[in-house]
Design a protein around this ligand. Structure first.
Ligand SMILES: C[S@@+](CC[C@H](N)C(=O)[O-])C[C@H]1O[C@@H](n2cnc3c(N)ncnc32)[C@H](O)[C@@H]1O
Length: 224
């Protein structure tokens, strides 16, 4: 297994992997690979937009060991589990999901991954979870909703530290099924620019159709 330029992410041949924090267990039937004393979980970029963005060489993915991550739209934990591997046992992944049915699966995953904290809540209702989430180093958002940009900005205002990083997956069809995806992505980017520095962006084809993945840095407030 070889290190990549992304901290905590490895490659075997052309395939991505993370170091398994929960040895012996897989999360979504991904393959486990032993290498010396270590065990790695292969990371399928067709199942994970972060994995797809890394495969497309996006710049600025620097989630670190010990980081606190707020993950909006955690579903059953596929990508959150790889983020959990990356932040390691000193880190935290607050996994917000509004569907009780999918969160149930994530609760099983979190039983043996002590750095994952499932939260059943709607990312539009910050008051309902603000007592459970501290200031974070990273916010990841993948909620496929027409208001996803506004929801991201409000959560970053509340929870993201100045200079903190954002990983944002936008699905054009969730915003407008009929519009040209390029036009949607341009409008989203224009709105993002007033709050964030855009570090990089990549379309996710061939892994995901009509998706854009943004890496953003929250602007620092001077003279606070
Ligand atoms: C595309 S899936 C996320 C997949 C996940 N990020 C992964 O890679 O493993 C989007 C999820 O966002 C959730 N979602 C949509 N709107 C939401 C909201 N307002 N608050 C919280 N979760 C939401 C959906 O229930 C769904 O499970």
């Amino acid at each position: 297994m070889k290190k990549t330029r992304v901290q905590g992410v490895f490659m075997r041949g052309r395939d991505l992997a993370t170091l398994n924090l929960d040895k012996g267990n897989s999360v979504y039937k991904e393959v486990l690979v032993k290498d010396g004393k270590n065990e790695y979980r292969m990371w399928n970029p067709k199942r994970s937009k972060l994995g797809a963005a890394i495969m497309k060489n996006i710049r600025g993915v620097n989630i670190k060991k010990g980081d606190k991550v707020l993950y909006l739209g955690a579903a059953s934990g596929t990508t959150p589990s790889h983020v959990s591997d990356i932040v390691g046992k000193e880190g935290y992944v607050f996994c917000l999901e509004m569907s009780a049915r999918v969160l149930r699966d994530l609760v099983f995953v979190a039983e043996s991954r002590k750095n994952m904290f499932p939260i059943l809540a709607d990312a539009r209702s910050i008051d309902s979870y603000k007592n459970m989430v501290p200031e974070c180093d990273v916010i990841y958002q993948d909620i496929a909703s027409p208001q996803q940009t506004d929801i991201l900005i409000r959560n970053c205002d509340e929870f993201l530290k100045d200079g903190g990083y954002v990983y944002f997956a936008v699905k054009s069809r969730s915003i407008d099924v009929t519009a040209n995806p390029n036009k949607i992505f341009q409008e989203v980017e224009k709105r993002l620019k007033s709050h964030f520095k855009i570090i990089d962006k990549k379309r996710l084809e061939p892994f995901k159709k009509d998706h854009m993945f943004f890496v953003l840095e929250k602007k620092r407030v001077l003279n606070k």
